[in-house]
Ligand binder design. Structure first.
Ligand SMILES: NC(=O)C1=CN([C@@H]2O[C@H](COP(=O)(O)OP(=O)(O)OC[C@H]3O[C@@H](n4cnc5c(N)ncnc54)[C@H](O)[C@@H]3O)[C@@H](O)[C@H]2O)C=CC1
Ligand SMILES: O=C(O)[C@@H](O)C(=O)[C@H](O)[C@@H](O)CO
Length: 319
């Protein structure tokens, strides 16, 4: 983090140290922030320290120092005390509105007046979370993709009352962490990336539930087609190229009508008991024999190699 930002965002409180909070903590520590983790789970400290050790090799691959990664780390289960000196509060609690309401009421009552208030929520509008705040203009969504220490995007989604100052503060914070913040023009539930992911995953679930493909077959189909395609060119650019020399205009006239017809055949599955049972059994058969940590390390290494090839990351540090 550069000097100006280092001062502005020196003290970061991570509320909730699960999958996302742990990753945010690692990234903030690697950028030199003083990080306070607040999580009531009794195993928080041991789990965070083990998780940081798992994440450290990826941070080193990304060119960050990890030799003193935990030197500026402390744990404070009492949320009021944990935010008392925060410059930034990044909340990563359970995706339950009533829990976020309780957390944010406590945070607002105890954090400094200048602190940035950001929630990692996957889809709850800031406008709904901020109903418990006396100053709703302070709260903003800073929605990362898992894992935040690696995947560049942070969707910044202001609520109806979020101030422009808060938007710029959030943009500066995530930029200082080396992220790619994108500010949405309108607040919609699920924001953009997760709405796209939800629409896509609904059809994934439908195709597996209908027995068209297995989970493993679907994953392999995606990673040998759409995955690499969208890693280098988004949907609209890809279909512009799909229109050949006529570009997107030709795609729209030639291929879009058939696509519109296909929308009628898309599924609308539900996570009912039978579907959950089927999906769980297939996931266990497909992935159950490999530790999550091993899969996560493999994912990180492949993601880094891809991001390097795309120029989104600097070359590997000299060994
Ligand atoms: N898992 C994912 O892929 C992503 C999740 N998110 C969002 O991030 C947030 C956290 O999600 P995860 O990390 O996956 O959940 P998680 O279940 O892994 O972690 C939640 C943590 O919150 C803690 N917690 C519960 N009550 C608390 C309280 N009152 N105060 C402080 N901490 C409390 C729990 O002990 C747990 O460690 C959610 O809002 C989720 O929608 C956002 C992007 C991706
Ligand atoms: O996929 C991600 O990392 C994020 O977009 C998410 O929010 C989570 O996957 C999950 O909450 C999807 O709804």
């Amino acid at each position: 983090m550069n000097t100006a930002n280092a001062e502005s965002f020196r003290n970061v409180t991570i509320v909730g140290a699960g999958v996302i909070g742990m990753s945010w903590a690692a990234l903030c520590l690697a950028h030199g922030s003083e990080v306070t983790i607040s999580d009531p789970a009794p195993t928080t400290e041991s789990q965070v320290r083990a998780g940081l050790a798992d994440i450290a090799p990826t941070l080193e691959e990304l060119g960050m120092r990890t030799d003193d990664l935990t030197a500026r780390l402390r744990f404070e289960a009492d949320l009021a005390a944990a935010v008392a000196h925060a410059d930034v509060v990044q909340e990563n609690g359970p995706e339950r509105l009533e829990i976020k309401h309780r957390m944010w009421a406590t945070i607002e009552g105890n954090a400094p007046a200048h602190a940035l208030f950001a929630t990692s929520t996957s889809g709850l509008p800031a406008s709904e979370i901020a109903t418990v705040l006396k100053q709703p203009e302070r709260l903003i969504v800073g929605h990362p993709f898992n894992p935040p220490h690696l995947v560049p995007l942070v969707e910044i989604v202001p609520g109806r009352l979020t101030s422009e100052e808060t938007v710029e503060q959030a943009r500066a914070f995530y930029s200082a962490l080396g992220k790619k913040p994108q500010v949405l023009h309108k607040e919609v539930p699920g924001f953009v990336a997760n709405r796209l992911q939800a629409a896509f995953f609904r059809e994934c679930v439908h195709l597996v539930a209908e027995g068209v493909v297995t989970e493993q077959e679907l994953d392999e189909l995606v990673t040998s087609s759409i995955g690499p395609r969208w890693a280098v060119a988004g949907p609209f650019q890809s279909f512009h190229l799909g229109g050949g020399s006529g570009g997107f205009a030709h795609f729209l006239s030639h291929l879009a009508p058939a696509m519109e017809q296909s929308w009628k055949f898309l599924g609308s599955p539900t996570f009912d008991e039978a579907t959950v049972k089927l999906l769980s059994e297939q996931a266990e058969a497909y992935l159950g024999d490999r530790p999550i940590e091993e899969l996560a390390t493999q994912r990180d290494q492949a993601q880094i190699a891809l991001m390097r090839a795309l120029g989104e990351l600097p070359p590997a540090p000299a060994r």
